[in-house]
Structure formats: C-alpha cells, structure tokens
Design a protein around this ligand. Structure first.
Ligand code: S3P
Length: 432
C-alpha cells in the first residue's frame, strides 16, 4: 500500500528516464544490424530488460557499461535459436515486436509472459503475420506463443487496429523477407520503428495518402549500425506534468523529452484544458523531435477529446483522467476501446477507481465521461491497480490531492519508471 502527498507544490528539474518505446527498438534494431551500436540514456526498466535478455538468449553480444550499452550486431539472419523459452514479463511491446521478428528467422521459439501479458490479445499480431505465411501458434489467441520460424512471403497487409506494436511487428518480419512488403496503416500511430530503420539505412519508404500510411519495405538488405541517444519519455513525464498542474505552487522543468507528433497528443489535450506548459529548445535527436518542457500550476478546464487524438496519446488516459477530475468543468474522452486491452482493462479500472474516489464518471460505449470532484466523498480509499504501472502512477498523483487514498501495490511501476518514487520525493512530494 502506498499513499502520496504534495504540501507545497513540486519544483525543480525532474529527471525523466529514456523513452520506453524507443528503448525497446534501440535493442531490437541494433541487434540485427551489421556492426557495433552504442546506446545512451536507454530506459533500464523491467520491460526493456526483458527485451535485452531476449537478444542475449539469441546469442547477441551486449555489453552494459555504466549508463551505456554496446550492441554487437551480426546482421538480419544472425540470431541463434534460444535454448529456452523467452520470458517477456509484462511487456506487450516486446511480445508483439518479437513475434514479427522471430516469424521470419530460421529457428523455432516460444514467447511467454506474466499473468497480465498472458491475458492480452496476441491474435492481432499472429493473424496479419499469417498473411505472410508465418506459422504461429497462440494459446487461444494469447501467450504462450509458439513461433515456427521460416521464410515468409512478401505481401500487402492492411492494419485496421490502431496499434504501433502490430505495425512494428510486421515491419520487422518484412525486413528479413524477400521482395516488397506493403503495410497499410489505417490509423497513424507512433512511428519510432520507421524513424529508426530509416536512419539505419533500411529499404523502407513511407507515403501518407489521405489519412493512411503506406509503408513499403524491401527485405533482405543488411542495416547499418548507428549510435543512439534515447530521448526521455513523454508518457513518463505526463505523471509529473499533471502533478504540477493540479498542485498549487508548482514549477517543474523536464529536459530532452521526445515530442514526436505521433506520440504527443497529451500536450495538445492539456493545452486545450488551459494548462500552463511551455515548450522550448525544440531540436532533432536521431531523427526524433525533442524539447524541454516547463510546467506551472494551472486552473484546468474540462475538455472533449475525439477518437482521432486517442491514438496519439493512448498511454496517457489514466493520468489525463486525474487532470479531468480536478478540472473546473466536465470532460469527455472518446474512442477508448484500445484502453480495454492494455496492461489492465484501463477503461474500467479508471472509471471504478475514480468513482470510489467520489468522482462522478461513466463509460458509454467506448467513451469516458468525467465530472470534476466537487466534494470530498471517498467511498473506497483503496485503489486497485491490477499490476498496471500507469494506473499506479496516475492514482499516486491523484493521492497528492486526496491524501486518504492508497494504491494497493506499487511494484508494477518498475516496468516503466523504476525511479518514479525517488523523483517524486526529490521534487518536494512524498510517497510513503
Ligand atoms: C507501444 C505501442 C502502444 C502503447 C505501448 C507501447 C509501442 O501499444 O500503448 O505502451 O512501443 O509500440 P499498441 O500498439 O497496443 O497501441
């Protein structure tokens, strides 16, 4: 059980760790490149370490020296059959991306995960891969996944679900597939895989036609190593951004944050709510947009977010719901079906926990309606997190305004932000 407190605002510079999505890709892509890559500011959280261990199990030499890691890649066909099942813990990104990558290798492998990952849908990656002739056996659509690696057939595949993990799994499969594979992305999602592969010289072309991306990959070409400096994670920043906004006397700065436009919907949403956020020092780092962010306490208004912005900020709804609970007017967040299949059923968990904190909210179809908390009427102070890191951090931030509440478990935070509590405490808050 953990509670949080902020008495006189949070202040100063908060150290945000490396971006989780980019960190996974900074292990996967260098591991199949031909040469040596040095990676700095990689996120060393449980999820990312599972990806790292997977490649060590497949024979990739990886050295960890202080805050750097060095990966000695040996090319797109160099991975070795692991002599054990590959355990991926809680990490959906590792599971979907590795399923694609391993489908096109010349060995069989088995992916497993923890209880939460084992309850998440995997047919969404196995089905489109089967259009490339991949042979994948899920356990009733879930983990464990058995992958019978083989040469795949290039193909034209439409991805209807708004998921960067599915798209990226397919791109990785296409890299080791002869000829041109085309992926049509109906809903544009985070494009870190495409950006990194372009900088590694992969044969990848992206064309935006109306609201769809046509991603063409010509496979079987070796990719050239690049050093990577991982920018810091906007999704992890969002917990501190909202904590500063809803607590008086706060003024924080977050440096070197990834503001890739396919990821930064939360900044647009908070701007709509009247948040006092200043973005400065915009620059490009390894082809990714980064900037520094200053946040000051603000009186927030409620806002309506339509379903199109959901894919640009899908991980931020737990913390955005807390911002909405302390705004001056109601909010509506639309089109949140994907939230039901995250590390927990986030849509239901957000609504249940908010209601237990005395916040009037309801789900209608896939839309979430939140009315601000008007009076302190806490029905159940124990917040259920279902081992979901983002629910845990979001409700600790809520606890900074409602001291009575406690989250049931904070261990899940290690999957994405191991130093969250230290940063919260050194900025002037207290988690106890
Ligand atoms: C991620 C994609 C998103 C996101 C997840 C990380 C990625 O998942 O929620 O935290 O790194 O590609 P979906 O692809 O399931 O939307």
């Amino acid at each position: 059980m953990k509670s949080a407190k902020i008495e006189n605002g949070i202040n100063g510079e908060i150290k945000i760790p490396g971006d989780k999505s980019i960190s996974h890709r900074s292990i996967i892509i260098p591991s199949i490149s031909k040469g040596i890559c040095e990676i700095t500011n990689i996120l060393k959280s449980e999820d990312v370490l599972h990806t790292l261990n997977a490649f060590k199990l497949m024979g990739v030499k990886i050295k960890e020296i202080e805050d750097r890691i060095i990966i000695y890649g040996n090319g797109i066909t160099s991975l070795k059959k692991p002599n054990d099942k590959i355990y991926l813990g809680n990490s959906g990104t590792s599971a979907r991306l590795l399923t694609g990558l391993l489908a096109s290798q010349n060995f069989n492998s088995i992916l497993t995960g923890d209880r939460s990952l084992s309850s998440r849908p995997m047919k969404r990656i196995a089905d489109p891969l089967s259009l490339m002739n991949a042979k994948i056996q899920t356990s009733d659509g879930k983990m464990p996944i058995k992958i019978f690696g083989k040469n795949l057939k290039n193909s034209k595949i439409t991805v209807d679900i708004a998921s960067a993990q599915i798209k990226s799994g397919l791109i990785l499969a296409a890299l080791n597939t002869k000829g041109k594979t085309t992926i049509i992305e109906k809903n544009i999602t985070r494009n870190h895989t495409e950006i990194m592969l372009e900088s590694f010289g992969a044969n990848i072309e992206i064309q935006k036609i109306y609201n769809e991306n046509f991603i063409e990959i010509v496979g079987k070409k070796e990719i050239i190593p690049q050093n990577i400096q991982v920018p810091s994670d906007l999704s992890s920043s969002a917990f501190f951004i909202v904590a500063a906004l809803i607590n008086k006397n706060s003024n924080i700065t977050l440096k070197n944050i990834n503001i890739n436009p396919t990821r930064s919907g939360v900044l647009i949403a908070l701007n709509k709510m009247g948040a006092n956020i200043n973005i400065t020092n915009k620059r490009i780092l390894n082809n990714e947009n980064v900037a520094d962010i200053n946040v000051q306490s603000s009186e927030l208004n409620g806002c309506e977010l339509d379903k199109d912005i959901a894919k640009l900020m899908i991980d931020e709804y737990p913390i955005m719901s807390i911002a909405a609970a302390f705004a001056k007017s109601p909010s509506i967040f639309r089109g949140l079906s994907e939230l039901r299949v995250k590390e927990s059923d986030r849509l239901n968990l957000i609504a249940t926990n908010l209601k237990n904190c005395g916040c009037n909210c309801k789900i209608e179809n896939d839309d979430l309606f939140i009315s601000p908390i008007t009076k302190k009427e806490i029905f159940l102070p124990n917040i259920k997190t279902n081992f979901d890191h983002r629910i845990a951090m979001a409700f600790l931030v809520m606890g900074s305004r409602l001291e009575e509440i406690k989250i049931d478990n904070s261990d899940s935070i290690k999957t994405s932000f191991p130093k969250f509590v230290d940063e919260f405490n050194s900025a002037g808050g207290r988690i106890y």
